[in-house]
Design a protein around this ligand. Structure first.
Ligand SMILES: O=C(O)CCC(=O)C(=O)O
Length: 252
């Protein structure tokens, strides 16, 4: 099965995203999709990430990346079927496919909580070089398990920077400083925000006393190296429960 057949099987069609959503994503480099998770689903995900973080302790996130001041988890594909929605949801897949021209696979499925007093990141792209507008290699989706507010470390993005052909570290004096054009992705829990990973973005400081929790379901072109090698990590029980279409999205 090729990726186009897999996307069709998973319910992705040309009109899954509206023309207005496609234009917004093309021009701004991000797209909020409200109400993707029901409250029940969101609570189930929160329960499981909190359990996994407690179970894994100091090792949490180590398969991909650990970051001071955050709790991270990685390889969530293999850690509970509850996470399957993050790489099979038709609207999310339609948006990722739109950015990557239909040429996509999961790169990694991770969790990141910005802990109280932490979480600020420099503006960055998730790619090692500048790209021509439209020639995109990577696209992320951030799944809000808590409401993102101006205080709790919501992700910031610089709208339109996906089309700048530049990376922030090459042109900004201080990529950690507030950017005059940045927008905070404030939205209710249960929202998924798609962001083209070439759009300048980064976590902000969590000034509350509660963690700000989110999943990152991250995709790349099929000819690129995944952030986590899904074939190396896939467990037999994961493969057994997944449809051929879901396995094609993982490229396993
Ligand atoms: O969790 C966030 O707010 C953004 C995280 C991010 O961009 C990263 O870890 O590269």
């Amino acid at each position: 099965m090729d990726i186009q057949q897999a996307l069709t099987k998973l319910g992705v069609a040309d009109d899954t995203l509206s023309p207005a959503e496609k234009t917004f994503l093309d021009e701004k480099g991000y797209l909020p999709l409200p109400g993707i998770l029901s409250d029940e689903m969101r609570r189930g995900l929160v329960r499981r990430v909190d359990e996994l973080a407690a179970l894994e302790g100091d090792k949490a996130g180590s398969e991909v990346h650990q970051e001071a001041g955050t709790t991270r988890l990685s390889d969530l594909v293999n850690k509970d079927p509850i996470f399957d929605v993050c790489y099979t949801h038709p609207k999310v897949l339609a948006a990722i496919s739109h950015v990557l021209g239909g040429d996509m696979k999961l790169s990694s499925l991770n969790f990141r909580a910005a802990l109280p007093g932490h979480g600020l990141q420099a503006l960055h792209c998730d790619w090692g070089s500048a790209v021509e507008p439209g020639d995109y290699y990577v696209c992320n989706s951030i799944w809000l398990l808590d409401e993102f507010t101006p205080e709790n470390g919501a992700t910031r993005v610089v709208p339109g920077s996906n089309r700048s052909g530049q990376r922030p570290q090459d042109v900004l004096a201080d990529p950690s400083a507030p950017h005059p054009d940045e927008v905070l992705l404030t939205a209710p829990a249960g929202t998924v925000v798609i962001f083209n990973s070439h759009t300048w973005h980064g976590g902000t400081l969590n000034r509350t006393d509660q963690p700000r929790r989110a999943l990152h379901s991250y995709f790349c072109r099929r000819d690129q190296k995944q952030q986590l090698d899904q074939r190396a990590y896939i467990r037999p029980e994961t493969r057994a429960r997944l449809s051929e279409a879901a396995q094609t999205v993982l490229d396993v």
